[in-house]
Design a protein around this ligand. Structure first.
Ligand code: UD1
Length: 356
C-alpha cells in the first residue's frame, strides 16, 4: 500500500510535514506527494518544503491563477489521471481549499480510499468558497480526522456515520509545538522581531475582493498603529489588491514569513488581528488574544474561550473590538485542540484501516 498526499497551499505544507514524518515512523507505507501548484511563489511554497524538510513532490501540476471552478476542474482532471496509475494507494487530503476538493473528487472517481485531515469545520456561510469545499470533501472521505469534538458533532448532525469519524486533536498544535522545539534548540532565523506589537494577516476572499472592506481594515490598522506597532506579513494577493486600489499603509507591510518566522513573530506579539483560521488557532496556542475579521468565524471553540473576538469588517467595529480585546479576561482551556499528538494518532489509524 502507498499513501499519496495531495497538497497545494501554504497551510497544507505545514500539516503535511508532520503527517509525512508520523507515517514514516508508524506505518509500513511508501509515501508520495502530489503538489497542485495552487501556491507557487517561493515564499508561499518552496520555503515551507525547505524549512520543514519535506521531500520534494513526486508530481507537480502548476495549476494556479484560475477562477475557482476552472481551477477545481483542471486539478480534478490532472490528479485523476495520476491516481489512475496509482491504484494501490490511499489518498490523504488536507483542509478546505480547491486542492482539497479536487483531490477528493479525483480519488473517489478512482475508487481509492480517502483520509481527510481537518474535517468537520463549518461556518454556515455558503458564500465562502471554502465552505462547499469542506462539506463536499468530508462527504467524499472514508476517514474524517476531526481536530475537535465540535467538528465531530457537525459531521454527526449531517449524518456522517461514526465509523468514518476520528477525533485526533489538531495537527496544527503538533506543528506549533514542533516549531517551538526547533526555535528553542537554536534554529537560525534571519530576523528576530522586536517585542510588543500587533501582528496582522489578511487574505480571505470576502475581505480581499471587497474594496470597501479592505480599505476599512487597512484604515483601522493605520489607526491602531498610532498606539502600538502593527506588522503585516502579507499574502501576495492582498499586497497586489492594496497596490491596485492605491490604499495608503502607515504600518509595517512585509512579504510572507516562513513557518518558524511566523511562530517567532507570534511569540513576541501582544495581539493578533487576522482572517485566517490557522493563524487564530496558533494565536490561541501561544496565549495571545486575537481579533478575527470574518462574518462567520470557523472556530467558535476559541471564541467561547474569549481569547478570540469576532468583528465585522468596518473601521469602527474593528477599533471598538480591538479596545475590547485588551480588556477581556482570558479563559484558556488547553485541551480543546488535543495534546499535540494528532499526527501520530492519524498514522496509527491509517496503519489499521489501510493495511486490511
Ligand atoms: C487559498 C485557499 C484558502 C486558504 C489559503 C491559504 C481556496 C478556495 N482558498 O486561498 O482556503 O486559507 O489558500 O493561504 O482554495 N497568489 C500568488 N502567489 C501564490 C499563491 C497565490 O500571487 O503563491 C495569488 C494569485 O494571484 C492567486 C491568488 O493569490 O490567483 C489567490 O490564490 P489562491 O491559492 O486561489 O487562494 P488563496 O487566497 O491563497
Amino acid at each position: 500500500m502507498n499513501c499519496i498526499h495531495i497538497v497545494g497551499n501554504r497551510p497544507q505544507f505545514i500539516k503535511l510535514a508532520l503527517l509525512h514524518q508520523a507515517i514514516s515512523l508508524h506505518t509500513p507505507f511508501q509515501q508520495k506527494i502530489l503538489h497542485t501548484g495552487q501556491h507557487y511563489d517561493k515564499t508561499m511554497s518552496d520555503v515551507f518544503f525547505n524549512e520543514l524538510k519535506i521531500p520534494a513532490p513526486d508530481y507537480q501540476l502548476k495549476i494556479n491563477r484560475l477562477p475557482h471552478h476552472t481551477q477545481i476542474g483542471r486539478m480534478t482532471e490532472k490528479i485523476g489521471n495520476i491516481l489512475a496509475t496509482e491504484k494501490n494507494s490511499g489518498v490523504i487530503i488536507y483542509g478546505d481549499t480547491n486542492t482539497s476538493l479536487a483531490g477528493a473528487l479525483a480519488a473517489k472517481k478512482n475508487h481509492l480510499p480517502i483520509a481527510h485531515v481537518e474535517a468537520g469545520i463549518r461556518t454556515g456561510d455558503e458564500r465562502m468558497p471554502e465552505e462547499s469545499n469542506r462539506y463536499l470533501t468530508d462527504r467524499l472521505s472514508d476517514i474524517n480526522f476531526c481536530p475537535t469534538t465540535l467538528c465531530k458533532k457537525n459531521l454527526e448532525e449531517e449524518g456522517v456515520p461514526d465509523s468514518k469519524i476520528a477525533v485526533t486533536g489538531d495537527i496544527m498544535l503538533d506543528a506549533w509545538k514542533h516549531a517551538w522545539e526547533r526555535i528553542y534548540n537554536g534554529a537560525v532565523l534571519e530576523k528576530v522581531p522586536p517585542h510588543h506589537y500587533v501582528v496582522a494577516t489578511i487574505h480571505r476572499e470576502e475581505n480581499n475582493e471587497s474594496p470597501a472592506r479592505l480599505q476599512s481594515i487597512v484604515e483601522a490598522l493605520n489607526e491602531i498603529r498610532k498606539t502600538i506597532p502593527v506588522i503585516m506579513p502579507c499574502h501576495p494577493k492582498t499586497k497586489k489588491k492594496i497596490k491596485e486600489l492605491g490604499i495608503k499603509i502607515h504600518f509595517q507591510l512585509q512579504g510572507p514569513c516562513s513557518y518558524l518566522q511566523m511562530v517567532r513573530l507570534l511569540d513576541h506579539a501582544a495581539y493578533v488581528i487576522t482572517d485566517s483560521g490557522g493563524f487564530c488557532r496558533e494565536a490561541f496556542f501561544s496565549g495571545k488574544p486575537s481579533l478575527v475579521i470574518m462574518d462567520r468565524p470557523f472556530w467558535p471553540e476559541i471564541i467561547e474561550q474569549q481569547q478570540c473576538l469576532q468583528t465585522a469588517a468596518t473601521r469602527q467595529a474593528i477599533l471598538d473590538n480591538f479596545q475590547l480585546l485588551q480588556k477581556v479576561p482570558i479563559k484558556y482551556d488547553e485541551t480543546i485542540f488535543g495534546q499535540g499528538d494528532a499526527a501520530k494518532r492519524m498514522a496509527t489509524i491509517l496503519a489499521q484501516e489501510w493495511s486490511q
